[in-house]
Design a protein around this ligand. Structure first.
Ligand code: LLP
Length: 435
């Protein structure tokens, strides 16, 4: 968990920095990332893979969870690879110093430009569909050299997570249906330059059960055996991400160690049973790397009491910096910075964002200590899929992101200003004349 502590005055600190002081200096809302927590989660994946799958593994950070030059640089310094799904994420990874050979490029609708960029820069492409395959075949023929590819398939595994973030079932926009793989293996054999290097599957996100990933390991090894029949020697297995995190007390996810142990043992056992050489094992965690390392700080503004019903408390951010509650009905935990244990929390508040939308509610009925305008609220677990999914709805600028460690805070993403948001607006000349 994140390295928060309570100061002598009873107020919340993170990474050795007083949150009140940070807000005085950097304003609110504020995203904060704790470097130690980030490094610990990267190390936990490395260590567990070394323990349960020695010598042949690579954890790959799914940068969609939180993409920045800083995050790319941090995961790279911990020896992780990086998963990118767009030119933007690719450039961010490269700029952050991730070695090209440790980047994988995903996506169900890659542009020609993106594909060519990946190939030219020696970045491994995960083939998602026929369209990808056709174009890579053409590109490799045009360049007249061999190209290693990975194939993404849907293993047909259902797991209990939100419908929008379930991806491993047959009815998914991602990847080849498992029933189509034999035709696909044949097609790859008939290309001049494409080499099937690896297989990829990702079954969903915020998953607490271990069994789906145990099944996935077995299914993937079966698919390696199938591919062998067509003359393909699959050397890499990428089992995707998906390990859930604890947003509230009722969430009980397995540890990184347990998750890695499950998937590793499943692959090891299936390989042994079938007398198969161990492939290199890759996984693609996003949320479990960065979520708990992040918090968001808001300042309380207006109160509205509806007698007998509820009290709304409005903060200075909302669905533009955290779209998860309105999108997935996600729950978080929070506390007052000045009273982190919510002592005397007799009060229930509904915490609303400042956007012009009734559904812009971050918390429905949360217990908090008595609070007033100007107090600060800390929301935990916002490191993943907050900043990366943020918007400028209502022309609200994105918050700054600070990195904290050992009592020092540094800006890793600057706060946007309202003027920044006008930068891309263009008024055609004839309108200027009219005015
Ligand atoms: N690999 C692939 C191919 C993925 O599609 C994803 C997530 C990951 C890895 C990382 O999964 P993670 O370890 O973070 O669960 N916006 C949603 C989550 C969408 C996940 C999309 N793919 C949310 O806020 O819950």
């Amino acid at each position: 968990p994140i390295t928060t502590s309570i100061d002598s005055d009873g107020k919340l600190s993170v990474g050795g920095c007083s949150i009140e002081e940070l807000v005085k200096k950097y304003d609110s809302p504020l995203y904060i990332l704790d470097e130690i927590t980030l490094r610990n989660s990267c190390k936990a994946y490395k260590k567990a893979l070394e323990k349960y799958y020695p010598g042949k593994s690579l954890p790959i950070y799914a940068s969609k969870a939180n993409s920045s030059i800083f995050m790319s640089s941090l995961v790279s310094s911990e020896g992780l690879g990086l998963d990118a799904v767009s030119e933007g994420e690719l450039l961010t990874a490269i700029k952050g110093g991730v070695p090209n050979e440790k980047i994988v490029f995903h996506g169900n609708n890659k542009s020609d430009k993106e594909l060519e960029f990946a190939v030219r820069n020696n970045i491994k492409v995960i083939v998602d569909n026929d369209y990808d395959l056709e174009r890579l075949d053409e590109i490799s023929n045009a360049f007249n050299h061999d190209l290693e590819i990975m194939i993404r398939f849907t293993p047909g595994i259902e797991c209990h997570t939100h419908e929008y973030i379930r991806t491993g079932s047959f009815d998914s926009k991602f990847g080849f249906g498992i029933e189509y793989l034999n035709i696909l293996f044949n097609r790859i054999s008939n290309t001049k330059h494409l080499k099937l290097k690896g297989l990829h599957a990702h079954i969903g996100s915020q998953i607490f059960e271990l069994d789906p990933h145990k099944d996935l390991g077995e299914i993937m090894v079966k698919v390696i055996l199938e591919a062998k029949k067509f003359g393909h020697n699959v050397e890499e297995l990428n089992v995707g991400g998906g390990l859930g995190i604890r947003y509230t007390e009722s969430d009980d996810p397995p540890s990184i160690d347990e998750w890695v142990k499950t998937i590793s043992s499943s692959v090891v056992e299936a390989c042994k049973k079938n007398n198969l050489d161990f492939p290199t094992l890759m996984c693609e965690p996003g949320r479990s790397i960065v979520s708990t390392a992040g918090i968001t700080i808001y300042k309380i503004g207006a109160f509205k009491e509806i007698p007998g019903i509820r009290t709304y408390l409005s903060v200075d951010g909302g669905m533009s910096d955290n779209p998860r509650p309105i999108t997935y009905q996600s729950n978080y935990s929070a506390c007052l910075v000045s009273n982190p244990f919510n002592i005397n929390s007799k009060n229930k508040y509904t915490i609303a964002g400042k956007h012009c939308e009734s559904g812009d509610v971050l918390f429905k009925e949360i217990e908090l200590a008595e609070c007033k305008t100007g107090d600060l609220i800390c929301v935990f677990g916002t490191g993943a899929y907050n900043n990366s999914m943020s918007s400028n709805y209502n022309r609200i600028p994105r918050p700054a992101t600070l990195l904290v460690k050992d009592g020092e805070a540094e800006i890793i993403q600057k706060r946007e200003s309202p003027l920044d948001l006008l930068k891309y607006d263009v008024l055609p000349d004839r309108f200027i004349k009219q005015n």
